[in-house]
Design a protein around this ligand. Structure first.
Ligand SMILES: [Zn+2]
Length: 373
């Protein structure tokens, strides 16, 4: 088996680690930065605090990034970077903020609108500004990956873009920044972490370094997610979920994700289900499908390593975890018509589907969505 491993992002992890931001900006030679964040972090004062602490280097702020960031938000950020002659980007927020900022830090080097990159009408830029990523959820792992998921809401498009240019220069992971994350967002993002770990592990592009990281991350989610949801200021649970998020990010950064993520894109764009909750909806179903053809025993090993007797018990534990953390376990309530269901099937035929160890056919997707309906 041949494999390669590359991880170019400097990671600083720990409570209070946000204090090293000033040094990181200096180390990267940043003199004039764009702070990209979300309305909630502007409202709770974090954005203002960072601007005040770094007044000489952070004078331009874009705080309108929404969940499932739109290409128009990338264009707005790229426009601000160009107008103000910024030489670095600081992204502080959840995956949406990080993805929008990663794309803008590259798109600002060319004049084309973000929609043209999303529609694959032109190659992604090869130049970019250095980016410091500070995640405030645990999380997408976006702070250490080369992927940015963007949407064009006008055209009903949502897709990941993938290029080495999107790697942040530095990730500052401070678990204390996640204490204010509401319960439902904690549950959704935590389920996303578990899906990253599992889909990295059973991915057809799996490799040993990422396997080890994936097992570590999955164990942490089973142990700490429920507590992080119930006790938002539980320091151990928050720290361990932040650790799980980074290690799961490192696990899937190279192999990529698989079928649950392929299905999540239309579940989010057609039905508005948050990303992590959408991934969680199908992950246990794919686990049962994959367990039936676990010829090399890898799935059984994953189950053992994370504390279960077999893959089916692990799938049961995932369903239970969803139930206990208030996440959707079915699509009941959407009253999906046959036509809507068919649209979900067709839109799930995303390239990531092919990373699943068992080939997933249209008929299998149809059965899965019918079961969920
Ligand atoms: Zn994800």
């Amino acid at each position: 088996m041949n494999w390669h491993y590359l991880q170019p992002v400097t990671i600083h992890f720990g409570n209070g680690m946000i204090a090293c931001l000033k040094d990181e900006i200096r180390r990267l030679g940043g003199t004039r930065g764009l702070l990209v964040t979300s309305p909630s972090l502007e409202k709770n004062g974090l954005a203002a605090r960072l601007v005040a602490d770094n007044e000489k280097t952070l004078q331009t702020v874009y705080s309108r990034v929404s969940p499932n960031p739109d290409v128009s938000q990338c264009d707005a950020c790229a426009g601000l970077i160009r107008q103000n002659g910024c030489d670095f980007v600081l992204a502080v927020g959840g995956g949406s903020v990080l993805d929008c900022a990663k794309a803008a830090a590259a798109f600002c080097t060319a004049a084309a609108p973000a929609s043209e990159y999303l529609e694959k009408k032109r190659p992604l830029p090869e130049a970019h500004l250095p980016l410091i990523a500070v995640p405030t959820t645990a999380g997408t792992g976006s702070e250490i990956t080369r992927v940015a998921v963007l949407s064009d809401h006008q055209k009903g498009l949502k897709a990941p873009l993938n290029t080495p240019v999107f790697y942040p220069a530095t990730a500052i992971v401070d678990p204390e920044l996640t204490y204010t994350v509401p319960k439902h967002v904690t549950a959704c993002t935590g389920m996303d972490v578990l899906c990253h770990a599992i889909e990295a592990y059973w991915n057809i592009h799996h490799q040993p370094v990422c396997d080890a990281l994936a097992i570590h991350a999955a164990r942490l989610v089973f142990r700490h997610l429920e507590t992080a949801c119930e006790e938002p200021e539980n320091a151990l649970a928050r720290e361990k979920m932040a650790e799980a998020s980074v290690t799961a990010g490192l696990a899937f950064a190279l192999p990529g994700t698989a079928a649950a993520h392929a299905c999540s894109y239309p579940l989010t764009s057609n039905l508005g289900i948050p990303h992590g909750e959408a991934c969680g909806l199908t992950i246990d179903h794919f686990m049962r499908i994959n367990a039936e053809k676990d010829t090399d025993g890898r799935l059984r090993e994953l189950a053992f390593a994370t504390g279960f007797d077999n893959a089916c018990s692990m799938a049961d534990a995932i369903s239970e975890l969803k139930y206990r953390t208030g996440l959707k376990t079915s699509l009941a309530g959407y009253d999906l018509t046959d036509d809507q269901l068919e649209k979900l099937v067709q839109a799930s035929l995303h390239p990531n589907l092919q990373n699943n160890p068992v080939p997933i056919t249209e008929a299998m997707l149809r059965d899965l969505y019918r079961d969920l309906r």
